[in-house]
Design a protein around this ligand. Sequence first.
Ligand code: BDP
Length: 673
Amino acid sequence: MATVITGQVRAEDGSKLWLRYARMRQAPVDGAVVERTSPTGKAIRRELQLALPKLTVANDSAGRRSLIIRRSSESDVRRLGEEGFAIRTRTIDAKPCIAIESAGDVGALYGTFHFLRLLATDRDVSKLNVAQRPALQLRLLDHWDNLDGSIERGYAGKSLWKWDELPDKLDPRYIDYARANASIGINGAVLNNVNANPLSLSSDYLKKAAALAEAWRSYGIRVYLSANFAAPKTLGKLPTADPLDPRVAQWWREKADEIYKLIPDFGGFVVKANSEGQPGPQDYRRTHADGANVLADAVAPHGGVVMWRAFVYDQGVDPDRAKRAYLEFTRLDGQFRPNVIVQVKNGPIDFQPREPFHPLFGAMKHTNVMAELQVTQEYLGHSNHLVFLAPMWKEFLDADTFAAGKGSTVARVIEGKIHPYRPTGICAVANTGSDVNWCGHHFAQANWYAFGRLAWDPNLSSEQVADEWLRMTFGNDRELLGVLKPMMLDSWETFVGYSMPLGLHHLISGDHYAPDPANAKEPREDWTAVYYHRADAKAIGFDRTTRGDRAVEQYFPKVRDQFDDSETCPQSLLLWFHRLPWTRRMKSGRTLWEELCLKYSDGAARAAGMVESWRNLSGKIDEQRYREVAAKLETQALDAAAWRSRCLTSFASINGLALPADLQKSPSIAPGD
Ligand code: BDP
C-alpha cells in the first residue's frame, strides 16, 4: 500500500478503504487483553495492533489491562447472540476499564471494530454503554464474478478472486477484503455470478472456493455459490435437470455432501432460474417452488439455505414487466421449504435510479423473503459518478408496506417482524474489483460501507453513515465534513434529477450508462426505453393505476390508494404510476413539462456544483485521491449535462414544446460525446 508524503498531506491510493487508522486518537487505555485464543482472537489482536500500534496487546489478563475483550455468559450479553457485543466502561478487579464482551467469537471481532470506529470518528469513549446485535441474520455481498476474471456490471477492474492461483496461493487482498467486510458486519459472500457457469460447482472449483472459505472463516464470513439450475445435466451428465426426477435430487444431494466435506460452514446457494435465458424448473413445467425445494432439501441436513431470486419477468405472465414477479411468486406462497428465502430486488423493475418498493415485500406470509440491493452502480453512473446510495436504500427500507397495518416498513418485513421469516437477510451486488482503490471511485467505497452498516442496523440514518465513512476515509476535519457530507447526501437526488426524474425509468440502452430515451430497438420490448416512458405528443408516463394496467393493486390498500391518485402519489414516482398530459399543473404551479425541464436542469447544475465544492478542498485532501476524484467529478458534470440535453431534446421533439433557452441554442449532445 503506497504511502508517499507530498506537500502537507500524505498521498494515499484508497487501498486501505475506511480502515486507514490514520492519525487515530490513541485509546485511553494502558494496554489490551484479548481473552480469546481462537483464530478470530488472533484476528482481533492483529487489528488492534494495526490500528493502535503503540498499544501492548496480550492474550492473558496478567498485568490487568484496561481494554478487555472477553467472553461473557452474563444474560444481557448472551441475549445479544453470537454476533452481538457489549462495550462498556466497567470496573474489573478494582480497575477501571473498557470491556468488549460477547457470547460468540465473531461478536468480539465486531465489537472490536465498533470500538475502533468510535476512536477513528472521534467519539467520546470515556463513558461507554453500547449493546448491539445485527437486525438481520444474513448480510451478504453477491459477486457477479465470472470464472474468466471478468465481472458482470463490474466497474472496478477484474475479479478479486484469482481462480488460476487458487487454492494454493492466497492473495493478501483476500484478508483485507475480509477485514473490510467484518468491520461493517457483512457475514457472507456469494463468489460467482448469478448467471452461473456450472463449472463453479465442479470439484476443482469447489477446492478453490474452500480455500477462500478457510481464509475468511476467522472473520465470520461464509462462502456461498450461485448454482446453475442445469448443472445436473451439464456437469453431472444426467439427461435432465427436472427437479422432480429422483436422479436430479440425488445429484444435488451428492453435490451438497461434496461441498460440505470441503466447506463445513458453506452458506448455501443462490439461484437465478428462468430469467434472462437462464435454465430453471419451468423448462420442465415445474414451479419455482419445485426448483428451489430440490436444492433446499440437498443443503438442509447441513444447515444451508437456498436464496431463490424473484427477478423473473416472463412476457407471457403480464404485459407489464413490473407486475410479473409478484404474479408468479404470490401464487406459490407456502410451497417453499423453510430453508428457502425468496430474494427480491428492492424495486419491481431492475435497480433503476429510483423505484417504488417491490410489492412482494409484505405479500409473502409463509415464505421467507430477503432483499437484494445493488452496490455496483449499474444504472447510476458506473464508477464515474459520485452517488451515495444510503438515501436510496433508506427510502426503500423505511417505506411502509402496510402489510400488517401502519408501521409495516420494508425493514420490519425483512427482519421477520411482520411475518415470521427465519432466516432473515439482505444482500447486495458488490462493487469491488482489482482496482487499487477497490471500487473504481473513491466515493463508491462509501456504498460498500453503507450497505454493511444498514444491513446491521437499518435504523441508522444516511447522515450518520456518511459521517462515519467520511471521518474514517478523509479525516475528522470539520470544514471538510461540512462540504462533503451534504455533497454525499444530495448526490442521489442529484443523479435522479439529471437522469430519470419524476418516476421516469430505464431511459437507457445496452450499456446502462448513457442517456437513450429514444431507444426503441432491443431484442425485447421491455429492454427499450420507449416501452417505459410512453411519451407522445400529448402525454408521458406509464399508467399503472386502477384505470390503467392496475399494477398498483399489487400493493396493500393504503399504499395502492396513495399511488393510484396522482394528487397523493409522491411526485418522485409520478410517471412510474401515471400517464399525464405535458400540460398538467404540478403542485409548484408549473406544467409537467416545465417541471421536468427544471428537474433536469437542477440536477445538471448540482452535478456541476460538486466540481466546484471539491475544488475548494484542494490542499485539505491528499493529492492522489484529490486528483482522482476531481477527474471523476468533471466526467460526471459533463455526463449530467449530456443527460439533460439528450432527454429534454428528445422529449421536446415528441411534444413540440419549448426547450430551456440554452438548449434551444446549442445542438443536443449525443451520448458518448
Ligand atoms: C440486470 C443486469 C444483468 C443481471 C440481471 C440479474 O443487467 O446483468 O444479470 O440484472 O440481476 O440488472 O440477474
